[in-house]
Design a protein around this ligand. Structure first.
Ligand code: CA
Length: 238
């Protein structure tokens, strides 16, 4: 249920770093270290997005992008390269790529751009909802955070789904009891707190940032994680 990303990058350390980082965001990542392997992997399909370096042994990135588009493969492509001239950016985007990011880059910017591209290119997906690295699959009722599967009971799942559909809103216990339990509040006041506690143990306790926040005296809020741009990824090669 996670997004699958293909990283084509000949600088192996860089490729592995990106792979680890994206996996922490709950994505599945394949890597290819040269143009020919990368091109083949891209054509084999099954990827939701391709992160593409330009300077590669074998086929270069522009060639790969043009070739994929000429074969009608529409997988979104994000070019990630040290080549920062306007001319190169224009060439990159003209080759059929969807976005262009230059090295060195902030890892969080890469993630934000990947998410934006996925949002733009994926049809409205009613089978899966996502906040940060937390995913809920509404078909098979499975949940995962940071790529780790989380086992939820039916009620925990319903509660989490309600939270994820109402991010950054203060939700009172009254509202939660009506919407999730479909019962009046009086009978449930403790039950809700108990379930919130179960849910926190499963999706928040061993992860950062915390998503479920207590609003004292009022209820709870499911907070969308904020972007932290403190990690800069440096590269020597293109
Ligand atoms: Ca390179």
């Amino acid at each position: 249920m996670a997004m699958r990303v293909l990283v084509i990058e000949d600088e192996q350390k860089m490729a592995d770093l990106i792979k680890r980082g994206l996996e922490e965001e709950g994505m599945e990542v394949d890597t290819a270290y040269d143009g020919d392997t990368g091109s083949q992997a891209a054509k084999s399909g099954g990827h939701d997005l391709i992160v593409l370096d330009l300077g590669l042994p074998g086929r270069d990135g522009l060639d790969i992008a043009r070739d994929l588009r000429s074969e009608g493969i529409k997988t979104p492509i994000l070019i990630l390269t040290a080549q920062d001239s306007t001319e190169m950016k224009v060439k990159g985007l003209d080759s059929g790529a969807d976005d262009y990011l230059t090295k060195p880059f902030a890892f969080t910017e890469l993630v934000a751009r990947i998410r934006a591209l996925l949002r733009r290119t994926q049809p409205e997906d009613t089978t899966r909802i996502q906040t940060g690295d937390l995913y809920l699959n509404l078909i098979n009722r499975r949940a995962s955070r940071a790529g780790i599967e989380v086992q939820l009971t039916g009620k925990e799942f319903a509660l989490l789904e309600y939270f994820m559909r109402h991010p950054d809103e203060i939700l009172s216990r009254e509202v939660l009891s009506e919407k999730v339990w479909e019962e009046t509040f009086d009978t449930l006041t403790n039950v809700i707190d108990v379930y919130i506690n179960y849910l926190r143990n499963k999706i928040d306790r061993q992860f950062e940032p915390k998503l479920i926040h207590t609003i004292r005296g009022v209820g709870y809020m499911f907070k969308t994680p904020t972007v932290d741009s403190s990690i800069i990824v440096e590269s020597k090669a293109s």
